[in-house]
Ligand binder design. Structure first.
Ligand SMILES: *Cc1c(COP(=O)(O)O)cnc(C)c1O
Length: 214
């Protein structure tokens, strides 16, 4: 198993290094065991993504104590009753998508004096089952979050699974540029090479690194 995860990471990193501006690889470790995660850490991976607070606390409190240079990204739907834990554990929160969440994040950030970077999630395909602000509301939402003091540094999206992603990626990169944000998080195992061509600064890969989720 060591060799599989390490060799997959090496192969992906080789592809990333060929890009003019290599993106940060977020290894999505949701549903993956601490054993597999540890193999990835030992292979040199330092940035990880999770989508459930409870699972993250169980797996990552100890791992973060053990490996102090780990950066953890939250990429799931964040409920307001879990925001305190999210602010304590995560370094980047990629899924800010409503004002209630913004207010709760600010409250807990101030109380804890800890300010994880925030990305605004955009529902680029306007899919009813997906989280994220609608594209027509995205600019105003970003402006409002920034005006309130939320440290918004990027945008994130998951395009519709059944459609070609290029136009969605280009839209998201354009939005990021227009708002003069540093980061654009897009691209998963199936489409990350396209996302890199479209200017992703962060790609989020799960199965390409760890194999099928347990
Ligand atoms: C699970 C997940 C990923 C990783 O998906 P893979 O297809 O396994 O690469 C990326 N982003 C988000 C938001 C996810 O929930």
């Amino acid at each position: 198993m060591t060799n599989i995860i390490e060799s997959r990471l090496n192969a992906i990193n080789k592809i990333l290094q060929k890009a003019p501006c290599p993106p940060t690889l977020v290894a999505v470790s949701k549903y993956q065991s601490v054993k597999k995660i540890t193999l990835a850490i030992e292979a040199g991976q330092r940035v990880f993504g999770e989508n459930k607070i409870q699972e993250s606390l169980i797996k990552w409190i100890r791992l973060k104590e053990q490996y102090t240079d780990i950066k953890l990204h939250f990429i799931g739907n964040l409920q307001t009753n879990k925001v305190k834990e999210a602010v304590e554990l995560f370094d980047v929160i990629e899924s800010v998508d409503r004002m209630k969440l913004t207010k709760s994040l600010l409250k807990h950030m101030k109380a804890l004096n800890r300010y994880p970077e925030c990305f605004v999630q955009v529902n680029v395909g306007e899919e009813p089952q997906k989280s994220g602000v609608m594209p027509c509301d995205a600019e105003a939402f970003i402006d409002e979050c920034l005006a309130m003091g939320l440290p918004v540094t990027g945008v994130m999206a998951i395009p519709p699974a059944e459609k070609a992603p290029t136009l969605y990626f280009k839209y998201l990169k354009g939005l990021s540029d227009k708002k003069q944000l540093k980061h654009t998080s897009m691209g998963m195992s199936r489409d990350y090479e396209t996302a890199i061509e479209c200017g992703a600064t962060h790609i989020r890969l799960g199965t390409a690194i760890f194999g099928k989720r347990e």
